[in-house]
Design a protein. Structure first.
Length: 99
């Protein structure tokens, strides 16, 4: 079963911020971040239930190679995965303003 991926504006802003940060260090590193993000989204399309619920109904997936978690909800009836945010592993998600 393939799910559709929906990125909330907060998640899009997070991605832009992370890519800008990694570009300051190395353009190939920023590109590698985007590759890992794409791999994670592809995995979520196929197996969104594969990760544990961490906060209420919010699940998280740790990216390979990078210290960032994808925070997402599953809308089973609509066959959608809604990505709420991309949060650094050492940042408290409760301090993050998800709308």
């Amino acid at each position: 079963m393939i799910y559709k991926i929906i990125l909330l504006p907060t998640a899009k802003a997070d991605i832009i911020q992370v890519v800008k940060y990694y570009k300051q260090i190395s353009i190939p590193l920023a590109e590698q971040f985007l590759i890992r993000l794409r791999e994670a989204k592809d995995y979520l399309r196929e197996i969104p239930e594969g990760f544990q619920v961490r906060y209420l109904h919010v699940r998280t997936l740790l990216l390979k190679q990078f210290p960032y978690h994808i925070h997402y909800l599953i809308e089973s009836k609509r066959r959608r995965v809604v990505i709420l945010a991309i949060i650094h592993a050492y940042r408290n998600p409760q301090d993050y303003p998800i709308q």
